[in-house]
Design a protein around this ligand. Structure first.
Ligand SMILES: Cc1ncc(COP(=O)(O)O)c(C=O)c1O
Length: 365
């Protein structure tokens, strides 16, 4: 629709200036814009799994015969399988098209315009995205210089309007894990508390078993990272049963598609294989960290995820991202005050690390 047709007068006033989410670039959109063929682009910008999904998933999808049938809206079988994986009862579980969708549903469930949502920044960009979409007000509580959560400041930020506290642990894009004691202290405020554990399998720490003890705890997980299913969009959450029930009621009925459901089933039969790849990624993360540390104009931050945040001490991080992109290596740059001079590098295979380090040395500080 052309601009100036008055559409702004018809849509929600608070969405007229909504900026959307700056998503990672798909390699095919860069054809002819980078120095290498599209198939040689090294994608280290979206924390995807470089080893792909389980071969069992590939095989099952190739022979799947019931794609003409709507999946079970009640997610009964899926939730049972997730109970076996998490050890948390089915009555606590709801799944969605990626954990992104569940973040959106939680915001819709709790937030009406004017409500406040506490966000420990810098953090995952979809938190303010969905808060704004729900008409809520984001209350930023900055982390300290090592990106640790300031629990005292979180508690001090709580007002009568606070409806939700959001925390990713390990955190994206900083890689930081929040100690269990800090999580318990925030939980004790009684405010509904969303703990996003998208990188749990890399970090190894969870508060999932506590969902049966706390009425205000919600834990989110995803199959995008450890299980390599980002393209199929499947995540799940562990909730107090009443909240799980509400989420199942307000979700779009068939939000987890048949292919994603099958992929979860096969992935959960192949956890040892997938975790061996997680181990390889963790080992590669440590090697990448060591290599980045040797470059004197970069400062990598320790990470418990499948990516590393890196301060650019000398020069412009945005320019560095563009120069790497020209060479066919995609990394993430965040145009946010707290992350202005940083790039985030997803951990790839060893050959990707080698290519990245070579390119960084060629570019220089
Ligand atoms: C902290 C965090 N939460 C949630 C997600 C979304 O994952 P999904 O692919 O399941 O929507 C991501 C993805 O990068 C993330 O970093």
């Amino acid at each position: 629709m052309p601009e100036g047709d008055g559409i702004e007068k018809l849509i929600r006033p608070d969405l007229v200036a909504f900026g959307g989410y700056a998503a990672s670039k798909s390699p095919e959109t860069l054809e002819g814009k980078v120095e290498v063929p599209v198939e040689d682009i090294i994608k280290l910008d979206a924390n995807e799994n470089p080893y792909g999904c389980s071969p069992r998933v590939q095989k099952a999808l190739a022979t799947c015969t019931d794609l003409n049938i709507y999946p079970d809206a009640g997610q009964a079988e899926l939730r049972k399988q997730l109970q076996e994986y998490t050890g948390v009862g089915t009555e606590h579980i709801a799944a969605g098209a990626g954990s992104d969708q569940l973040i959106g549903l939680i915001l819709q469930l709790f937030i009406t315009p004017g409500d406040e949502v506490i966000n420990c920044v810098p953090s995952f960009a979809m938190f303010p995205f969905f808060t704004n979409l729900a008409g809520g007000t984001v209350v930023d509580v900055p982390r300290d210089e090592n990106f640790a959560v300031d629990v005292k400041a979180v508690k001090a930020a709580i007002t009568k309007k606070t409806k939700l506290i959001l925390l990713a642990t390990p955190n994206n894009p900083t890689g930081t894990i929040t100690p269990r004691q800090d999580i318990l202290e925030i939980l004790d405020t009684g405010v509904p508390f969303l703990v996003d554990e998208a990188y749990y399998e890399f970090g190894g720490q969870t508060v999932a078993p506590l969902v049966s003890q706390y009425k205000n705890l919600m834990v989110l997980r995803t199959f995008s990272k450890w299980a390599g299913l980002a393209g199929l969009r499947i995540g799940y959450g562990l909730f107090p049963p009443r909240i799980a029930d509400y989420l199942l009621r307000i979700k779009e009925p068939y939000c987890v598609n048949a292919a994603a459901k099958l992929a979860v089933q096969e992935s959960l039969k192949d956890v040892d294989y997938l975790m061996s790849k997680v181990k390889a990624i963790i080992a590669e993360r440590e090697r990448l960290f060591g290599e980045l540390e040797k470059i004197e104009w970069l400062k990598p931050f320790p990470s418990r995820t499948n990516f590393i945040l890196c301060s650019v001490l000398n020069g412009d991080a945005g320019e560095l991202q563009q120069k790497l992109q020209n060479k066919g290596i995609l990394v993430r740059y965040f145009d946010q005050p707290l992350l202005r001079s940083s790039i985030r590098i997803s951990v790839g295979k060893p050959e990707h690390t080698d290519a990245l380090i070579k390119a960084l040395r060629e570019i220089g500080g």
